[in-house]
Ligand binder design. Sequence first.
Ligand code: IPE
Ligand code: IPE
Ligand code: MG
Length: 239
Amino acid sequence: MNTQPKHVAIIMDGNGRWAQKLGKKRVVGHSRGAKTVREIVEEAVRHQIEYLTLFAFSKENWNRPKDEVNILMKLLVSSLKKEFRRLTENNIKLCAVGDLNTLPELVKEELLFVIEKTKNNSGMVLTLALNYGGKEEIVAAVKAISIKVKNSIISPEKVDESTINEHLYTRNLPPVDLLIRTSGEERISNFLLWHIAYAELYFTKTLWPDFTKEDLQKALLNYGKRERRFGKTSEQLTF
Ligand code: IPE
Ligand code: IPE
Ligand code: MG
């Protein structure tokens, strides 16, 4: 039996299909999805999850129709404004990972404002993956390490897992224990490639706007029943 996962990551998928099923525009699904974020964040706090990381916008999502991208960005700004007080009430520290520099100015401003205002909160660390791509993150780390090697700051022989870890956007996060993806898709979509190396994967057909507190509880219960062997045998874990 496992204890509670320390780090839960979620690929919040299915907003568009949720709206389309109701004959509505995809963006209606994104607004409803934002409400789910609020409920799930608060439920994660109740379960004393230490780290919750949410995939909010991928590098690849720029390839969506311009209108949808614009609305997603606007929704992000308004959610940050709206949720700021609640984050503080729940003692949540907000962080972000991804290529933040190329986000629209307004998003960057609001994001950095909330990150700054919540930086001393000591409760759950809520990380938004924004303009994030796992391969790109690794490329950026390799580049940064190469420059240090070239300038003799790091010797090539000393490069190990922790060197790579320290140069990732996600350097302050522990490994993911439980990765949840909603909507029935069973893929990673370039999310947290390094940090999910030994994560337990949980896929549910539920679309993100329909994902409830009870669904999160179910995922946590399921995680609790798994045996994480990390290469060992079952017997080694028992004795
Ligand atoms: C997830 O829902 C939200 C984002 C990727 C921003 P989708 O918009 O991918 O919804 P589906 O997968 O098309 O239903
Ligand atoms: C992954 O969902 C990105 C987010 C949840 C933000 P997508 O809907 O973009 O992924 P694919 O295209 O189905 O792989
Ligand atoms: Mg999708």
